[in-house]
Design a protein around this ligand. Structure first.
Ligand code: BGC
Length: 739
């Protein structure tokens, strides 16, 4: 099994994992023009640039030909128009392409699809007249219960880094700026507005920041969104260390920091520490203020709630009193103008028109879903199903539920949404008898419904095959979020169990018909331990976007060979998760507004593999309808890096794709290091019998850890194991290298 070579071959065809170039410099090309423009502005005009003037628009100086900036959510498609006052826009052409959620994208492990995804978003945002799209969300998936895990990508910073770069470039190549969010340490919704997160410097550097750094330096992100929470005692959006020292200092970020909607709390901190543009407000306060000022007709009538923002009248007053603050103001205006230039908003630059609801966009939505769906279990090759099947019972509410409007600010009004039931009908036409039973109901009481179970069991008994479609659910009625939301902004999930009595239902269905495929939908790990052992096939479909139902059918019937891999671990039980076991999720005992991430760098598989806790499904896991053979590993050192070379062969009968994953383990270190860490991967597409040589370069980043004493990354000389395989727990080849 071990194939170790120190062959003196020249590293051929090495693909760099780093571009080496900080793409931020591109933002400064118009700085001379920008300085001239700033000189023409009055103090009042400058301050007017720094804050929202309505729900999603900001700034604008007519006299100088500077337009307003139009922003919009979000990560999975352009959000329905909210209007200037959050009341919507009647008759708006705002039903567009609804992409699979970010965790689906991450599950493809295909950076090329990241770019394609971003291209769709950028193009549709442009069509809708937006300048900044508020996405992607890339916070670490730390706690299984985080209500927003569906908007994020992974528990692993390397995977995030690789996927986010393509996404950002895709958006920005369409002439729209991306806003990477939520910077930083916003890993849960519970107490999100004021929880104070403490973590070690090492955890910050090794786990929580690399995705943002890659987004800035390699992706060239024009804007970043500061998060709601506090970090080490100071709100993240106006946090001197996160914003000034790291982002704008160390990383050389030249663009614009946007606050999350209502995340600024202090004028002086915001002025000094990073926030360049203050957005959002408390809705109740806004309506009250607008109504009152209109009613009174007094002096306040011309002043809106937006003038009461921290970076509005209060900032103006402060700067008038203390002129030495003006350079801070100029810097913010400069950054805003840089982004406006980069987005072709100034000097009458030509802008791309964008495109909406094209066949190509829909095809990208389908492709991402097809490659992102993960085959978790397939005993006895139950899947793919045969199209000669006579009858199918489809059971579960997610089979008929639309998700596009769910989840909070990431909502999209979809042009159409193919549900799983519709997808199966599209796939099979009327040749197969398809029946449907809802099986459970989405309600706060959480109990199984005996009558609905009886109906499901009867349907299951009468059919050749059962396709069960359940799992979590997006809340989409704002007033009922807390009733039904298992993946939604503003709430964490109450537990990791299958909600609404589904465990009981699935067990009854399995008993009635063992030929049952369970298709899960949701934004994170879920506890399937009650029935996973008795089920032959389990498929994770996430929230797969407008073409999701078709993608699911294509995978179930083998038109598409599944190639998705889990971007985070599924623990057996919630209690196994490091955020619960070692950490203090959701807050420090006795102090709901504080939390120390005591799990430190041991997030996800770094914990499960180091502490020998068996997961239900491992990070990187995902099956195929074919099999892959790994052979001929060589690891060749060269200075502080190494070239990893191996051959992967499709030794089955179906064309398919394998994500070859390369993990590094430091054999001996002066600090505690994880059992293994992902440092390279490549998705390889192979016909039956075909082989390909995979060559990956591990640069020094692959071997370093962050030394808190020295305050820098350190490569400790010694021997490193190089582990290659199809998941973090399916290591097929082991080599090593001494550096
Ligand atoms: C969310 C952001 C979103 C913003 C604007 C906030 O509540 O946290 O992700 O972009 O609202 O809708």
């Amino acid at each position: 099994m071990t194939s170790l070579s120190t062959a003196q071959t020249k590293p051929a065809n090495t693909k760099s994992t780093q571009t080496g170039q900080n793409r931020q410099a591109a933002l400064t090309v118009n700085d001379a023009k920008i300085e001239a423009l700033i000189k023409k502005m009055t103090l009042e005009e400058k301050v007017a640039m720094l804050h929202a003037n309505s729900a999603f628009a900001a700034g604008g100086i007519k006299r100088l030909g500077i337009p307003e900036i139009m922003t919009s959510d979000g990560p999975h498609g352009v959000r329905p128009e909210q209007g200037r006052d959050w009341k919507g826009v009647k008759g708006a052409n705002d039903a567009g392409t609804y992409m699979p959620t970010n965790n689906t994208l991450a599950s493809t492990w295909n950076p090329t699809l990241g770019y394609a995804y971003g291209t769709v978003l950028g193009s549709e945002a442009r069509f809708r007249g937006k300048d900044i799209i508020l996405g992607p969300g890339i916070n670490i998936v730390r706690a299984p219960l985080n209500g927003r895990n569906f908007e994020y990508m992974s528990e692993d910073p390397y995977l995030i880094s690789k996927m986010v770069v393509g996404y950002i470039r895709g958006v920005q190549d369409q002439g729209v700026s991306a806003s990477v969010k939520h910077y930083a340490a916003n890993n849960q919704e519970e107490h999100r507005n004021d929880i104070d997160v403490e973590m070690s410097e090492r955890a910050l550097r090794e786990i929580y920041l690399p995705g943002f750094k890659a987004a800035v330096q390699e992706g060239g992100a024009h804007t970043l969104m500061g998060s709601y929470n506090k970090f080490r005692g100071q709100y993240a959006t106006e946090n001197a260390y996160l914003m000034n020292t790291i982002l704008k200092g160390e990383w050389g970020f030249k663009g614009l920091v946007i606050s999350d909607w209502g995340s600024v709390h202090n004028t002086m901190d915001a002025l000094r520490n990073g926030t360049d543009l203050e957005m959002g407000t408390d809705l109740a306060l806004m309506y009250k203020s607008v109504d009152q000022s209109a009613a009174s007709g007094g002096p306040s009538a011309s002043r809106t709630i937006y003038d009461q923002f921290y970076l509005a009248d209060a900032a103006l007053d402060a700067i008038k009193k203390d002129k030495t603050l003006e350079p801070l103001l100029d810097d913010k205006v400069r950054r805003i103008l840089r982004v406006m230039y980069a987005t072709n908003m100034l000097d009458g630059a030509k802008r791309k028109p964008g495109a909406y609801n094209t066949k190509e966009h829909q095809a990208t939505a389908l492709k991402v879903a097809e490659e992102g769906i993960v085959l978790l279990k397939n005993e006895g090759n139950m899947l793919p199903l045969k199209k000669t099947v006579k009858s199918i019972a489809v059971i579960g509410h997610n089979a008929t539920r639309e998700n596009s409007l769910g989840g909070g600010s990431a909502q999209v009004k979809a042009k159409y949404e193919i549900t799983p039931l519709q997808g199966l009908k599209n796939e099979l036409g009327d040749k197969v008898n398809i029946t449907y039973a809802q099986g459970y109901k989405i309600a706060r009481d959480q109990k199984a419904d005996p009558q609905m179970i009886a109906e499901a069991v009867a349907a299951a008994k009468a059919a050749d095959v059962v396709v069960y479609v359940g799992g979590s659910t997006h809340g989409y009625d704002y007033s009922k979020w807390s009733d039904n939301a298992y993946d939604a902004e503003g709430f964490d999930k109450p537990d990791m169990k299958m909600p609404f009595g589904q465990d009981e239902l699935i067990q009854a269905v399995l008993k009635a018909n063992p030929n049952t495929v369970v298709v899960l939908m949701g934004g994170g790990p879920i506890d399937v331990s009650a029935w996973a052992g008795q089920t032959k096939s389990i498929v994770e479909a996430w929230y797969p976007g407008m073409e999701g139902g078709n993608a699911i059918a294509h995978v179930l019937f083998g038109d598409v060979n599944p190639s998705g891999k889990l971007p985070f671990t599924f623990p057996v039980k919630l209690e196994d998760s490091p955020a619960h076991k070692l950490g203090e999720y959701p807050s420090t005992p006795g102090n709901p507004l504080k939390q120390t991430y005591k799990d430190d760098i041991f997030v996800g598989y770094r914990y499960y593999d180091t502490y020998n806790v068996a997961p239900q499904f491992a990070f990187g896991h995902g099956l195929s309808y074919t099999t892959f053979k790994y052979s001929g590993l060589s690891v060749t050192p060269s200075g502080k890096s190494a070239t990893v070379k191996l051959t992967v062969t499709n030794d089955g009968k179906t064309a398919g794709a394998e994500v070859v994953q390369v993990y590094v383990k430091d054999e001996k270190a002066s600090v505690k290091r994880p059992e293994k860490e992902l440092k390279g991967f490549e998705k390889v597409f192979l016909k039956p019998g075909e082989s390909k040589v995979v060559t990956l370069t591990l640069d020094q980043n692959a071997f370093q850890y962050y030394d808190e004493g020295k305050k820098q990354w350190v490569l400790e000389p010694g021997k490193f194991d190089v582990l290659v395989g199809g998941s973090s727990r399916d290591i097929r080849l082991t080599g090593n290298v001494t550096l």
